[in-house]
Design a protein around this ligand. Structure first.
Ligand SMILES: [Mg+2]
Ligand SMILES: [Zn+2]
Length: 167
């Protein structure tokens, strides 16, 4: 089977984007995401999340809060037969970050840093990757990495229709 990777933005793609979601109680999965991701795995895709989390840098929640929520999310995907290989996140913000989080970094989308890192780490080529995002910055990051980006409706992607992309 072809070696490929599906890059997923988190907020708006995996869960409903309520703004700076950082608690399990506030994390509502977008309908159809598990089935879509399971189909992706069956089609030979590795699942990789790439998410801007400036709420960390802004001081709205901690890196530990994020890791706790992430582990819970990973368990949920694994339970559904759609294991996520890795979550890349950017905690920085160029103007609102506090302390060391105040950075005009290379990882915050629309920059391609997280995608390039994932491509390197997983030994992929950009042509083997597909990125799903609900913001223009996701698509810009994908394009900057040479990856095909597909914009989906935030919190309401038609994952049944999108499954055709995976073939
Ligand atoms: Mg998003
Ligand atoms: Zn960053």
């Amino acid at each position: 089977m072809t070696r490929r990777a599906l890059f997923l933005d988190r907020d708006g793609v995996i869960n409903i984007d309520k703004g700076y979601v950082h608690k399990i109680d506030d994390f509502d999965f977008v309908p159809g995401i598990f089935e879509f991701c399971r189909q992706a795995v069956e089609q030979g895709y590795q699942l990789i999340v790439v998410t801007n989390q400036s709420g960390i840098g802004r001081g709205y929640y901690t890196e530990q809060d994020f890791r706790t929520l992430t582990q819970w999310m990973l368990d949920a995907f694994a339970d559904k037969g759609a294991p996520i290989q890795k979550v890349f996140y950017c905690p920085h913000h160029p103007t609102a970050g506090r302390g060391n989080y105040l950075q005009d970094c290379e990882c915050r989308k629309p920059k391609p840093g997280m995608l390039n890192q994932a491509i390197g780490e997983f030994g992929l080529t950009a042509e083997q990757c597909l990125m799903l995002g609900d913001n223009q910055s996701d698509i810009a990051a994908a394009q900057a990495a040479g990856v095909r980006g597909v914009k989906v409706k935030s919190g309401g992607a038609d994952y049944q229709a999108l499954a055709a992309l995976l073939l």
